[in-house]
Design a protein around this ligand. Structure first.
Ligand code: B16
Ligand code: MG
Length: 217
């Protein structure tokens, strides 16, 4: 089994698709919104919304549908989608994390790694609280604290800074290509979570966090 590279001091986790499976809730809520506009989209198109911010996701869906909306209308639509998304998130419970995620966080913390969240989501804190994993984090950088979306490296650079660790000594965990590109541009190591054929530019790819050994620092 692969281990964490020797020089690594800080671990920066994406949220959706790495620690929790909220992608399915995003998909349901976006689909519900698209349907009110007389449009539908598939799970395959939904892949392109992963790791992308709320407003950018809406703009992509409107583009696919060939629909134009003013900025004010877009804000109202994004708010409606978020209300529906939160109805689903609010049903999440302690332990609703992806396979191996909580154990990996626990072992990493015990081994002395500094741990940050680097997520595009503005709902990240709520999700970490509901699933009971918030206390593992030394720093939380989310969609409320960044101005540029992935593949811009801002979210991860802020994470490294908050941990007091050089970017080159950080390992980022990402399931989306935009996030992998962001980590690379930021000069960090990056583990892809998912299928190797879908993810490019990683140090290595694992199916989920059961596939990586924490070991000793
Ligand atoms: P919110 P991540 C991303 O989370 C999701 O992958 C993406 O689908 C979503 O649009 C984005 O968060 C914003 O989420 O609407 O909750 O602010 O993968 O960066 O943890
Ligand atoms: Mg993600």
């Amino acid at each position: 089994m692969t281990g964490i590279p020797q020089n690594i001091k800080g671990l920066i986790f994406d949220l959706d698709g790495v620690l929790v499976d909220t992608a399915v809730f995003h998909f349901q809520a976006w689909k519900r919104l698209a349907n009110t506009l007389g449009y539908d989209f598939t799970e395959r198109e939904n892949e392109q919304l992963k790791g992308v911010s709320r407003v950018q996701s809406l703009q992509l869906i409107l583009k696919w549908a060939g629909i134009e909306k003013t900025e004010a209308e877009q804000e109202a639509l994004a708010a409606k989608k978020n209300d529906w998304y939160l109805e689903l998130v609010n049903q999440m419970k302690m332990g609703d994390t992806l396979p191996g995620a909580e154990e990996f966080l626990k072992e990493s913390k015990a081994a002395g790694y500094k741990i940050a969240l680097g997520s595009a989501s503005k709902n990240a804190r709520l999700i970490l609280e509901k699933t009971g994993i918030i206390d593992y984090f030394d720093a939380i950088i989310d969609g409320n604290g960044v101005s540029a979306s992935k593949p811009d490296p801002e979210v991860f650079l802020k994470g490294a800074e908050a941990l007091g660790v050089e970017p080159a000594d950080c390992l980022v965990f990402e399931d989306a290509q935009a996030g992998i590109d962001a980590a690379r541009v930021g000069g960090m190591h990056v583990v892809g979570i998912g299928k190797a054929e879908d993810l490019h530019g990683t140090d290595f790819v694992i199916r989920d966090l059961r596939g990586l050994k924490v070991g000793q620092r």
